[in-house]
Design a protein around this ligand. Structure first.
Ligand SMILES: Cc1cc2nc3c(=O)[nH]c(=O)nc-3n(C[C@H](O)[C@H](O)[C@H](O)COP(=O)(O)OP(=O)(O)OC[C@H]3O[C@@H](n4cnc5c(N)ncnc54)[C@H](O)[C@@H]3O)c2cc1C
Ligand SMILES: NC(=O)c1ccc[n+]([C@@H]2O[C@H](COP(=O)([O-])OP(=O)(O)OC[C@H]3O[C@@H](n4cnc5c(N)ncnc54)[C@H](O)[C@@H]3O)[C@@H](O)[C@H]2O)c1
Length: 457
């Protein structure tokens, strides 16, 4: 049995950095990966999607070229194999640099294979047993495939398949109107597919404020994407041209006929094939590993980081899990997940940047709140770029002046949101941001103006 100071299961977004820290501390660490180093983000998530979003944006801008006085001879065409080649290169470069880094560490051993617990401190990888007093689980998740009627009888894709597709579907039906669904829907529309989004909830991105859902819907519909919300009857059957997707039982066309189907209806943690019962690690009712505020599981000496603990579902939350665990183990700190302020972005164009509470959520707290908004048509930088869709919004506590949250659906929104996120992390009240002197011309320079426009809501 090989002995280590620490074993990490999964080389996604938390594991490799933690392996690096153990290595730097002179500790012997093993990191086990059953598929690709880099996990979901690098191989089938953030990296390929954001690279493809960039190609889709280039196509969109090229089609709008004449508005900017840029004349292209002939129609804009999509060379899908080249689009995909570019995406694969970004993914493979990232995967290889992660592998080279892990393999180059003197105290780290990268082991390929599926890991399972044999006991609280023993892991099996195929025929080999490994042991360590500290074990870190970073196994991530995979696309959920609900038991929709007929789903087993038709071909469908998940995010893992569609990032490998080197053709443009004639009619892509996207089931699920949240992050994954919307990013692929707009991207494939811009690549030239007919696209229909089927969402069972009453609106797209149902966690956001209604005005954001409505604005996103308008933006997508203006590009010719069909949207079917309130789809209470999702089911599938084979059709001569591809797949018939049942949508509504009572109103509208009962079916959408597509050539290809993407399922984007959430994620399932990879926790059922780890032998966790042999280690005393408990799961919650949704299959996520139960952890405390410092990411310790119910078993002594075992931690869970990233998507598999259900505390976050983003690359930056997985990475922050690594930061919390490493700071507590090595730096004498007491870092907690509950200290984390959540920000995120939805990478449609224009992107949605978000931090903290939405307006509906802020109202539910019973506080007196102030809300300021501004359309992107009144943001100079957006006008200059010819990208004026969307709006900025900030929410604050009327009594304490605390900034509670912000949203920006607009050009550069994924970057600009950090102006507010950083203020909130610094626990600065809205007067501090109001008196900042931002650079002109930027989108961010309007945050002080949005604050000045705040009204009771
Ligand atoms: C299409 C898509 C787009 C996304 N875009 C973004 C984005 O723009 N921004 C963002 O912040 N997040 C994005 N995400 C989410 C992000 O990818 C995840 O939150 C992040 O990858 C989670 O990291 P992780 O380390 O927890 O798990 P993962 O990255 O999933 O890594 C887990 C690793 O563990 C391995 N593993 C699992 N079980 C075992 C086992 N038993 N033995 C050995 N190895 C095992 C897996 O093979 C995998 O490599 C996106 C996700 C998807 C699907
Ligand atoms: N930009 C980003 O940061 C980014 C991009 C993509 C994915 N992600 C991460 O990946 C995760 C998964 O994304 P996602 O969009 O698949 O999931 P999600 O959980 O955000 O949304 C799932 C959508 O599918 C619908 N749905 C769920 N179950 C359904 C069912 N049985 N039938 C019909 N519809 C159903 C929901 O109403 C919801 O709109 C997200 O939580 C996110 O953190 C992040």
């Amino acid at each position: 049995m090989r002995e280590f100071d620490a074993i990490i299961i999964g080389a996604g977004q938390a594991g490799p950095s933690l392996a690096g820290r153990f290595n730097d501390e002179g500790k012997k660490v093993a990191i086990i990966e059953r598929k690709h180093v880099g996990g979901t983000c690098v191989n089938t998530g953030c990296k390929p999607t954001k690279t493809l979003v960039a190609s889709a944006y280039a196509a969109h801008l090229a089609r709008r070229g004449a508005e900017y006085g840029v004349v292209l001879d002939g129609a804009v065409k999509i060379d899908m194999p080249t689009v995909m080649k570019r995406s694969h290169k970004v993914t493979l470069d990232s995967r290889h640099s992660n592998e080279t880094w892990l393999e180059g560490m003197p105290n780290c051993t990268l082991i390929r294979g599926h890991a399972q617990f044999e006991s609280p401190n023993t892991i099996r990888v195929d025929e080999e047993l490994l042991t360590a007093p500290q074990i870190f689980i970073n196994v991530g998740g995979r696309a959920s495939i609900p038991d929709f009627p007929g789903v087993k009888d038709v071909p469908f894709m998940t995010n893992s398949d569609i990032v490998m597709l080197d053709r443009v579907p004639k009619h892509l039906v996207v089931v699920g109107g949240s992050y994954i669904g919307l990013e692929f829907a707009q991207m494939y529309r811009r690549f030239g597919a007919e696209v229909t989004i089927v969402e069972k909830g009453p609106r797209l991105i149902g966690r956001e404020d209604e005005e954001i859902s409505d604005a996103v819907r308008k933006i997508l519909e203006a590009e010719g994407i069909h949207i079917r919300t309130g789809a209470e009857c999702i089911r599938f059957r084979k059709h001569e041209t591809g797949v018939a997707v049942g949508v509504n039982c009572t109103e509208g066309d009962p079916e959408v006929i597509g050539t290809d189907v993407l399922l984007a209806v959430g994620r399932t943690p990879n926790t059922r094939d780890l032998g966790l019962d042999k280690a005393g690690v408990e799961l919650d009712e949704r299959g996520y590993i139960k952890v405390d505020d410092r990411l310790a599981t119910t078993a002594e000496g075992i931690w869970a980081l990233g998507d598999c603990n259900g505390k976050g579902a983003f690359t930056h939350t997985a990475y922050n899990d690594f930061e919390i665990v490493a700071a507590n183990l090595f730096d004498g700190e007491d870092r907690k997940v509950s200290d984390r302020l959540l920000g995120y972005a939805l990478y449609i164009d224009p992107p949605l940047g978000r931090v903290g509470m939405g307006e509906a959520e802020a109202k539910k707290t019973g506080r007196k709140i102030l809300v300021g908004t501004r359309p992107m048509t009144r943001v100079g930088r957006a006008v200059e770029k010819g990208e004026t869709l969307g709006f900025m919004k900030i929410i604050a506590d009327a009594d304490t002046k605390e900034i509670l949250g912000a949203a920006i659906l607009g050009t550069g929104g994924d970057e600009s949101i950090h102006g507010v996120l950083d203020m909130m992390n610094a626990k600065a009240d809205y007067d501090v941001l109001r008196w900042a002197v931002p650079v002109h011309p930027t989108v961010s320079e309007l945050w002080p103006t949005v604050i000045l426009s705040m009204q009771p809501a």
